[in-house]
Design a protein around this ligand. Sequence first.
Ligand SMILES: [Zn+2]
Length: 276
Amino acid sequence: MRFGSHISIRDGYLGAARHATKIGAKAFQYFPKNPRSLSVKKMDRHDASECATYCKEHDLLTIAHTPYATNLVADKDQIGLVIDSLLNDLEIANECGSIGVVVHFGVLKNAANPLEGYQRMIGTLNDVLSRWDGEALILLENNAGKSGPTGTTIEELVQIRQLTEYAGKIGFCLDTCHLFASGVWDGDNWSEVEAKGIELGYFDHLKAVHLNNSAYPTRSMKDRHANIPYGELKIEQVNEFLASTVFGDIPFVLETPHESDFSHGDEIKFLNEMMG
Ligand SMILES: [Zn+2]
């Protein structure tokens, strides 16, 4: 299986790719730019295209992750910034040869009309994708539920994709911590979740997994990632998930704590040994 982790671009995109091979990763995720800002970055095209070449040569698959403030349901005065930033992320990801850019499902809090959040999100996606004709996809990620239940279910993800005008440019990224924390996967009902995902066509468009354990129990709605052997999901449950036949050759990316005594390299090794 294609295990990897989130990697810093401190040493550039190519540097991140080199680091990935060093720690035994077969995939990685990176922030295309400063994750704390929505400002548009002038990319180093040379570095990005070298990253793409290196990844091809070393059989590495990559995904990018949008900055934290990328809110698909932002207010009128903010949404322009979000759209420009997301187009910039797509351009960088495309140049780096990545599958796509991960963005969280938008949650509109305290809306008078609960449909408004979904409508705004569809509008933002249409706006961005009408101006995008590269290969890189937008990868919608399921929420943990910390800002309310919106965007936690497979049904919502599939529906939103279908309701846009550009479904072909949208895929999914499944976060296992969020799926567990939201209660959709309680650790014991994987076969039901799997059956629903198959029925709705979710897995046909699943392009990446954020492979995280959860520091809090199922239905806690808390988004706190834990290392695979040290979270509320039992190792047998993680095993059952990974043994599922619904996944193609996609990245399984760790977004877990990485201390010196248990690095991402150690965690990837642990996963590879666990999967035999
Ligand atoms: Zn995630």
